[in-house]
Design a protein around this ligand. Structure first.
Ligand code: ADP
Length: 288
């Protein structure tokens, strides 16, 4: 059940009573529920007692940035974020009823993701830091992708993994040798607005078959890192990829380099969950 202190905080903040609540099997990080307000409005609530309460306000900023690309992907509206006096961080969003893909849903998603990626800026990074899962994600800006990838994506996660004993010094030196090869591996691309955590658990099709994306970790980055991540755990159809590539073609040989981009989510997963993810990333870094 939703803690009483959170319920009363929400009733004050939203100026409504909460008529009903239903726990949802939440995501990997937070607890989630559907609540219905006295005005009949259904809302999606997520909360967390242990994470940095700032997490939800940066997630809200991320959703706003995604909205600023003016795609027709459904981005949930945020009604409130905050923290109770007992340190429960929370976020209330528009509730979106999950449905199924219709004819053309996946194509639409592919085209519109390409549109999101066409929102670009000079530098890689963002004007604020955010979170990937519950881990901090640094978005310090850099003029080139390779420096950004090494200094803001690989090294902080690698340090966390070695500090906690999940990875050893041999793996660190393998990463360092791989870094030297990156200029011949990554093609030059502008810095694109990315969802930043786009796997099959962070999108669904609503009742009209329209794509909804949520739980972002946005920044401006190389768009191939987003496409690589969609392939790591699967769940995206060939219609999605074909539509993406038609709208915004990829440079040749993406498949040969996609595993390098996925070192980032694999490092994050190693830090969050350990286990087989460390083996998977070691196999990749040895290959390059
Ligand atoms: P977490 O931050 O814990 O990973 P998510 O934001 O991914 O949580 O949400 C958990 C689950 O709740 C999602 O997998 C999705 O099924 C559902 N969900 C997310 N946002 C909404 C929403 N606005 N309306 C309805 N269901 C949602």
């Amino acid at each position: 059940m939703i803690p009483d202190s959170l319920l009363s905080e929400l009733e004050n903040k939203l100026d409504q009573t909460i008529e009903s609540q239903r726990r949802l099997s939440g995501g990997s990080i937070n607890q989630a529920a559907k609540i219905t307000l006295s005005n009949g409005q259904p809302c999606f609530l997520k909360w967390n007692t242990s994470a940095d309460p700032n997490m939800f306000s940066v997630e809200e900023k991320g959703l706003e940035l995604l909205r600023s690309a003016n795609t027709t992907i459904h981005i949930p509206t945020v009604y409130a974020t905050g923290e109770t006096s007992g340190s429960i961080g929370y976020m209330v969003q528009e509730f979106i009823e999950e449905g199924q893909a219709k004819n053309g849903s996946a194509q639409h998603f592919g085209q519109q993701l390409a549109k999101l990626h066409k929102k670009q800026q000079e530098q890689f990074g963002l004007d604020h830091n955010n979170y990937i899962g519950r881990l901090p994600q640094s978005n310090k800006k850099h003029d080139d992708w390779i420096t950004f990838f090494i200094e803001e994506r690989m090294d902080p996660q690698l340090k966390m993994a070695t500090d906690s004993g999940k990875l050893g010094s041999k793996t660190v030196s393998q990463f360092q040798s791989m870094y030297k090869r990156l200029p011949t591996i990554f093609p030059k691309e502008p810095a694109s607005l990315l969802h930043g955590d786009l796997w099959s658990g962070n999108f669904f099709y609503d009742q009209e078959g329209q794509t909804t994306i949520y739980d972002p970790a946005v920044y401006y980055g190389h768009r191939e890192i987003e496409l690589a991540f969609t392939q790591l755990f699967g769940g995206f159809s060939s219609a999605f990829y074909n539509a993406y590539k038609e709208a915004y073609p990829l440079q040749p040989n993406f498949n040969q380099r996609k595993d390098i981009y996925n070192l980032y989510p694999l490092l994050v997963h190693t830090n969050l969950f350990g286990g087989s993810y460390a083996q998977q990333l070691k196999r990749i870094v040895q290959r390059f």
